[in-house]
Design a protein around this ligand. Sequence first.
Ligand code: MEV
Length: 444
Amino acid sequence: MKNKIIEGFSKLDKDKKINWLIQEYAHRSEDIKNILTQYWNKNQELQKLHEEFSENTISNFYMPFGIAPNFLINNELYAIPMVIEESSVVAAASKSAKFWLDKGGFKTSILGFSKSGHVHFIFKGNHEKLKSWFDRFLKHQLFENTQDITKNMRRRGGGILNLKLIDKTAELENYFQIQADFDTKDSMGANFINSCLEQFSRTLKEEIQKSDLFPLEEKDSVQVIMSILSNYTPECIARAEVSCPIEDLKDDGGIFPEEFAWKFKQAVKIAEIEPYRAATHNKGIMNGVDSVIIATGNDFRAVEACAHTYASRNGKYSSLTHCTTDDGIFRFWIDLPLAVGVVGGLTKLHPLVTAALEILSNPSAEKLMQIAAVAGLAQNFAALRSLVTTGIQKGHMKMHLLNILNQLGATEDEKQHFVNFFKDKTVSHHLVIDEFERLRSGKN
Ligand code: MEV
């Protein structure tokens, strides 16, 4: 083995962590040290705050915080904060916002607002007896024993909505679930849900031992495997949609509205039936959704997991968006399940998250779900609009131009030259390189 194992790494201070890292793993030692330390914030309080979000922090990783303005949502204007490293996503969202601005904008609604979690357990005994004991006795006791945990949430109008026993023994021997549904109001609710579930599991084990309905071997057969919330929230869904008469779908790419509507609908249908395309189609949607989720301090891994599970709910991975062109009306929409919070978590801790929420007028969790769904729909509209007209590279590469020029070490004057150079041409990597070499060599 080339490298050494270290004990107590977490206890070392930042400098020592970096020194050890360089000694063991990095060979451009001074370079790496400078790169890592140049991102330390001069404001030590802010630096400490960020370090403590996670563990073993040695530096900060910046992401661009952008704004997509002019989003008309339910007749109110929004400027949407988006945190994303990929060029052209914010520009695409802004372009879609503008396109729909004079066509009534985006309409959104909440189709459901409950999240679930499960106690996954094994029971080797009489199924019917377990079911009747659950309904007649245990269910009430589960509510009772979580009164303390749910007190504050109930005061805010949320809490446990429903409890049921699910028999899963047909799929896995002796496997049952207690499924609990929750309303966690403006919080994402992970800690609340998991605390309730762990209390349910204790109550289950204690109460079955006390019960005289079951013989000892049945009582002792109860084994809780785990108690955990589900990141799949098909009952916590926001809908966002746009619609307009087909004749209003005027595109500057010179395509007739009817042809545009037809090709666009075909593109959505292809993503509905073809998983290869659906993955890319939904990835584009998540470009928009995740950037809002990250800007507002929410958990994008949870949102991603949920979206893709939902996209596969009918047994085949499919599009998250849908489109119809009936009776001369173009309609395009998304139903997006997601669990977000606007209180707790990073919301009051990360100054940029607080700022992002303020820019959005401090939305409720339901409002934020709708804004994220709009960002996803807008992104997908922009991508499909390009794909069925000019192709994606024209706009994408134009936005990517700066990245290529930065990689080449272009000066500000050279960058300006390239902006003019590509005014009437499609940007491509090789064209940039050729022109850059020509420019630097001073040839005409
Ligand atoms: C790129 O990040 C996303 C797209 O590929 C999405 C799509 O193809 O729909 C442009």
